[in-house]
Design a protein around this ligand. Structure first.
Ligand SMILES: Cc1ncc(COP(=O)(O)O)c(C=O)c1O
Length: 388
C-alpha cells in the first residue's frame, strides 16, 4: 500500500536505550543539540515584532517570493561580500525544501546525485523521498579534510545529474578548498552536471581569517549552480521556515532553470507572507546573535582541545567552521557500544561517527552549541569513558 520511498519505520538500539533512559527520568547532557533556540542564547524579546506588521494580512502569492524579500536577502548577502541579483534569489521554506525542489528540477526517478561522505545524514532521506539515488564521493582526513577528486570522477555515471557540496561541511567542519572547487567544477562542466552548494554554516568560521570558498559559485560562468542558505542558521531562527536558493551559471541555462523552478515553486507557494515581510529586519537584528554563537562554538572548541590533552588516546580532528567537532577515540569497542555506555553510565548523548558515514570506527561527533559549563563537564565524561 505504501511507497518504497519511505523506509520501514522502526527505532535503532541507541534510540531504544535513550528512550528507556528518559523514561526513568534520568538527566542527560545532550551533546547532539543542533537547535539554537534551546541552548541559552539571549534572543531580544522584541525580535519577532516585524512578523506582526499588518502588511502581512494581505496575500500576494509569488512563486519565488515577494520582491522586497528577495531584495532583502540579496542585500544581506552583498554586505557579506556575496553579490547576487535579486531575480536569481528563490525563497523556500527551508534548505531541506530547497533540496526537494532542486531534485524535482534536475532528476527523474532513479537518477543519481553525488554527495560527500562523511556528511549530513539527512541526504539519505532527502534523496530517497524524491526517488533519487545518493552516490558518495569521499572526503579524506590527512591531518585536515581533503576532497578526493578522483572519487568524484569515479562516481560519475550516465544517470548522474548533480554534485553536492556542503561548504563548510557538517560534521567535518571543512571548507571546500579553491583547488578542489576548481577541479570539481571542471568535472561538472565536462559531464554537464549541476553543482549544489549548501552553505548554511558559512557564518561560523573558527578563524576570521579563514573564511573559505562559500559564495564562490554564485558568479560561476560555465556550470549551472545552486547555492543554499536560510534563516535557520543565518539568523538562528529555524522555526520561521525561510531559506533561499541562489541560482548561478550561464545566462541561458539559468533562465531555463528558473522557468522550470517557477513551475515547481508555484505549485507549493510554501513561504508564509509575514516572514517574507520581516526577513530584512530579522537579518539585521540577528547579527549580535550569530556573533554569540560564533563565540560559543569557538570557546567550546578551545575547551575541547584543552581537555583532550589529558586524554592522549583521543584526538580532535582539524576543523575550520560550523557547529560540530569530530573526536577520534580508541576503537576498543564499537561506536554503538560506546554511545550506549555514555548514555547509561555517564548521562551524555553524543553521535556515533557511523551516523555520518565515516569510513571506519571509532569517531564521535559532538555539538559545540551547549552552554560552556555543561559542555566541559559532559565532554570530560565522554573522553574519560572513551579512553577507559
Ligand atoms: C548541512 C545542513 N544543511 C541544511 C540544514 C538544515 O537547514 P534548514 O533548517 O534550513 O532545513 C542542516 C541542519 O543542521 C545542515 O546541517
Amino acid at each position: 500500500m505504501f511507497s518504497v520511498r519511505v523506509p520501514g519505520v522502526g527505532s535503532n538500539r541507541v534510540a531504544r536505550v535513550l528512550a528507556a533512559h528518559r523514561a526513568r527520568a534520568r538527566t542527560l547532557d545532550d551533546l547532539t543539540v543542533s537547535n539554537p533556540t534551546r541552548v541559552g542564547l539571549s534572543y531580544p524579546p522584541s525580535l519577532l515584532q516585524p512578523l506582526a506588521d499588518p502588511a502581512g494580512l494581505r496575500y500576494d502569492p509569488a512563486p519565488f517570493g515577494m520582491p522586497a524579500a528577495r531584495d532583502a536577502v540579496a542585500s544581506h548577502l552583498s554586505d557579506r561580500g556575496i553579490s547576487v541579483a535579486p531575480d536569481r534569489v528563490v525563497l523556500t521554506a527551508s534548505t531541506s525544501e530547497a533540496y526537494s525542489l532542486l531534485f524535482k528540477l534536475l532528476c527523474d526517478p532513479r537518477d543519481v546525485v553525488l554527495v560527500p561522505q562523511p556528511s549530513y545524514p539527512l541526504f539519505e532521506h532527502l534523496t530517497r523521498l524524491e526517488g533519487v539515488v545518493a552516490s558518495p564521493y569521499l572526503l579524506e582526513y590527512h591531518g585536515r579534510w581533503e576532497l578526493n577528486v578522483e572519487s568524484v570522477e569515479r562516481a560519475i555515471e550516465p544517470r548522474a545529474r548533480a554534485i553536492l557540496f556542503v561548504n563548510p561541511n557538517n560534521p567535518t567542519g571543512s571548507f571546500v578548498r579553491p583547488t578542489e572547487l576548481e577541479a570539481v567544477r571542471e568535472v561538472a562542466a565536462k559531464h554537464e552536471l549541476a553543482l549544489i552548494s549548501d552553505e548554511v554554516f558559512d557564518l561560523y568560521p573558527f578563524d576570521d581569517q579563514a573564511r573559505g570558498t562559500a559564495g564562490a559559485l554564485v558568479s560561476e560562468p560555465d556550470v549551472l549552480t545552486f547555492t543554499l542558505g536560510g534563516l535557520s542558521k543565518t539568523a538562528l531562527l529555524p522555526q520561521l521556515k525561510l531559506g533561499w536558493i541562489l541560482v548561478g551559471g550561464p545566462h541561458t541555462l539559468v533562465h531555463r532553470a528558473l522557468d522550470r523552478l517557477e513551475f515547481i515553486s508555484d505549485t507549493y507557494l510554501s513561504v508564509a507572507s509575514p516572514v517574507q515581510g520581516a526577513v530584512g529586519a530579522l537579518l539585521k537584528h540577528t547579527r549580535p546573535l550569530t556573533a554569540q554563537v560564533c563565540r560559543r562554538v569557538r570557546a567550546n572548541m578551545a575547551t575541547l582541545r584543552g581537555l583532550v590533552v589529558q586524554f592522549p588516546a583521543c584526538q580532535v580532528l582539524h576543523a575550520e567552521a560550523g557547529w560540530y567537532a569530530v573526536v577520534q577515540v580508541p576503537a576498543t569497542r564499537s561506536e554503538e557500544a560506546l554511545v550506549i555506555e555514555l548514555i547509561e553510565k555517564d548521562g551524555v548523548l553524543v553521535h556515533p561517527g557511523y551516523f555520518f558515514d565515516f569510513p571506519r570506527e571509532a569517531f564521535l561527533v559532538v555539538s559545540l552549541l551547549p552552554e560552556p559549563e555543561p559542555f566541559a563537564s559532559a565532554m570530560t565524561r565522554v573522553l574519560s569513558r572513551a579512553s577507559g
